[in-house]
Design a protein around this ligand. Sequence first.
Ligand SMILES: Nc1ncnc2c1ncn2[C@@H]1O[C@H](COP(=O)(O)OP(=O)(O)OP(=O)(O)O)[C@@H](O)[C@H]1O
Ligand SMILES: [Mg+2]
Length: 596
Amino acid sequence: MVVSQTLKRYARLLVYLKPYRRRLGIVLLLALIGTAVNLAYPYLSKILIDDALLGRRFQLLFTVGFVLFAAMVFSFVVNAASSLLYVSVSARVLLDMRLDLYRHLQRLSLKFYDNTRIGEILSRLNNDLAEAQRVTSDTLLALITNLLVLSGTIALLLLLNWKLFLVGIAFLPVGLKGLLHYRQRVHQQAKTIRERSAAIGSFLVESLLGIRLIKAFHAEDAEAERFRAQNEAFIRALLRFQWLSVIASGVPGLMMAMSTLAVLLYGGSLMIDGTMTLGSLVAFMAYQMRLMPPMQNLVALFMNFQRARASLDRVFAFFDLQPDVREHPHARELDWVRGEIEFDEVTMSYEPGRPVLKKVSFTVPAGTTCALVGPSGGGKSTIADLLLRFYDPSSGVIRVDGHDVREVTLESLRRHICLVDQETFLFSGTIEDNIRYGRPTATFDEIVAAAQAAAIHEFIEALPQGYRTVVGERGVKLSGGQRQRLAIARAVLRDPAILILDEATSALDWQAESSIKEAVARLMRGRTTLIISHRLSLIQDADLIIVLENGEVVQRGRHQQLLREPGAYRRLFIKQAGALEKDAFSPALSPTESLS
Ligand SMILES: Nc1ncnc2c1ncn2[C@@H]1O[C@H](COP(=O)(O)OP(=O)(O)OP(=O)(O)O)[C@@H](O)[C@H]1O
Ligand SMILES: [Mg+2]
């Protein structure tokens, strides 16, 4: 039963082998030929002893000697060719699988990434897939050739003397029982190894990403200690695995030694009786010896399969995950969008029973600007994520131009919406590449125009390498404000119908902000804009201001009107502007005044 489960797992690999079946067929053919030649040696030695040596025939001696030599050379060539061909196929198979898994991972929703550690994902893409490749490369080929050698040897042993063969395999059942016992334990241990190795990967990724925090809190030693402990645990698991493997592979060795002794005693007495020739006994013993390596190999291979099965399980577990956000089978393409946004009684819970948005409803007419304000954690960024369909709401409907976002293709929805985020992400390429991410087909002039619109062009020009400056991983070589302006340039280039600015200027000082305020205003013109901000200067001109508190809309209206009403907006506003005179609460306030 366990065997059939294992086979079922490996059967899933067959899909990846299929495109290479012709090359694999050649490999198999070569392996067959190589095996046949290998099996011929002991039989040739029987002819050598019985007919040539004992029969004193010189001519035959030379013929057999030459055939033996030719067979050796031939089998070397055949083996080399088949293993080279096989490795090239298996490397391709690994590439196909890795690419497939990568594509699949990209399709998975953000919920998956919220709940899965990056190190875990890396470990499956790297270690586990490499393990799977090892199986498909050496192991599978070795399995086939060893099985061929084994069955060929058994056939020849039966042919030479079946009674002697039965004596030789008398100890087989005991050996098999021992093998089965250890098999389960080895499998368990393989799983432990994988888990500990993944834990180390996760730890590394996390601690390297958090290097600033670690340094700031002087936690280097504590982190190194944690790293050491994780490695120790891994080594312990590895040693235990090795120990179990050694015992398990020792079992058939012992079994064969006993068999050899039995064959020597029984076969020797047959020869002394005269019922068996010397050549036959020598050949039999030689084949008997040849039983040992393939059996041991098969045990070792079995261990590999066990280990790889744990890896394969982990790889296929990822393949089996379905994205939470799925495209409707008949999803329509949004070719062109005016930009009307409607939230209709939208409730959202990341975790069941804990809604972060409660029956939120509002409409933003096409081409207008809506500001979302409110205390931290109120659900503002969640609204942006829902609009982009990073998540689906628990209930309620979100519409763009009257279309339920769940009924349009993800690609076309996201093509028309651009999000400039709280945390700007840059890839480790050049500034030019990072802006071009907004529209890969953009020309260099368009990129410069976008940078000018985002008030970052002069800064870039002043750099020694200009637009070819490499920004460092995640853009670490730039300041937070510079990163944000690059993100705005990216959005300019993208030219979407709907623009979401989520604290998009939070990292800018008032001077930088006022210099791009115009750019942002120009960017907003003619499109629907959702602004999430604590900054009065960006909010006060909005056509609609929505105040969110604890996932509920508590107020809505325009700046002047909301200021007059007693309520959350005014409270937020007064709290922040606390020191100022009440009279000063006018739209003409300096741009640095902030609402939260
Ligand atoms: N991926 C997530 N998984 C689980 N809970 C989340 C997730 N993202 C946000 N939340 C929770 O949802 C609530 C709303 O978060 P959201 O990011 O929308 O707030 P916000 O209004 O944008 O706050 P801020 O002004 O600080 O950016 C918070 O309580 C937060 O803990
Ligand atoms: Mg937010």
